[in-house]
Design a protein around this ligand. Structure first.
Ligand SMILES: C[S@@+](CC[C@H](N)C(=O)[O-])C[C@H]1O[C@@H](n2cnc3c(N)ncnc32)[C@H](O)[C@@H]1O
Length: 242
């Protein structure tokens, strides 16, 4: 498939289709079962399908910087008859008013599923000295770092839930994926911030029928062989008070 540089609008159109594909496979339903039914701050609502699953049993405050996706999300919530508040804002530049709204919401959890954006955003928030294939991964990591800052990780936050897509080589066992994910995220993100991973789950993901243009970063540890798509659900809980 030829890679095309998506802008805000085309990204919203592609993600609208991709998220329907994820919803049709039950992936949002499976992810939302992994977390408690408590007030949740959703980072990146996309077209609102993830939001509607979350909001069916919880209060949701979502943040997204793409106005096209915010419109799709609000329309999707109305169509599904569920309510959630969506703030149109950039996580890298939240105003005092937006930070105060998050604080007043008193989130118990933060959800950040499939975080990413079009290349204009990615280029703005990552170093251009990185190869173009490495920047989306760095963008995701920069957002993950923001999740643990005081601005988002209020003292009320007890858990953080991430969902990432991965490619799994046949010879790698589910146990190995789970242990490698725990080791990586505890070391780089959670342990130094008073959180610890309590559960990692690997969920099947059928990519047939999806035409979303994912960019795969180079992985020096990857063994040769064809990689099967999976979704990794990562739940971390607070182990030290803020
Ligand atoms: C790949 S979509 C995933 C959406 C949703 N979580 C889902 O699972 O369907 C990523 C979302 O994060 C949003 N996003 C990316 N960077 C952001 C930022 N800096 N501030 C706010 N939202 C952002 C994008 O606009 C997009 O809606």
């Amino acid at each position: 498939m030829q890679l095309v540089r998506m802008n805000k609008k085309t990204y919203s159109e592609f993600w609208g289709k991709e998220s329907k594909h994820l919803a049709d496979q039950g992936i949002y339903a499976a992810l939302s079962k992994e977390i408690p039914d408590e007030n949740v701050l959703e980072i990146g609502c996309g077209s609102g399908l993830s939001t509607s699953y979350l909001a069916s049993t919880r209060s949701v405050l979502a943040i997204d910087n793409n106005e096209h996706l915010v419109s799709l999300a609000n329309a999707s919530l109305v169509a599904k008859g569920v309510a959630a508040r969506i703030i149109h804002a950039d996580l890298f530049a939240l105003s005092e008013k937006e930070k105060n709204e998050i604080q007043a919401f008193s989130p118990k959890g933060i959800v950040c599923w499939f975080i990413g954006s079009h290349l204009d955003d990615v280029d703005r928030r990552t170093s251009l000295s990185l190869a173009i294939t490495e920047r989306p991964k760095k963008y995701r990591e920069n957002i993950e770092d923001l999740l643990l800052t005081e601005m988002l990780c209020q003292p009320t936050v007890e858990w953080i839930h991430l969902a990432n897509r991965v490619g799994v080589i046949e010879s790698v066992s589910e146990h190995d994926i789970i242990e490698a994910t725990k080791d990586d995220y505890n070391t780089h993100l959670f342990s130094s911030n008073g959180f610890e991973i309590t559960r990692v789950k690997v969920i099947d993901w059928e990519r047939n029928g999806s035409n979303f243009m994912y960019v795969n970063a180079h992985n020096p540890n990857l063994m040769p062989g064809s990689a099967a798509p999976r979704v990794v659900s990562i739940l971390a809980k607070r182990i030290r008070s803020a």
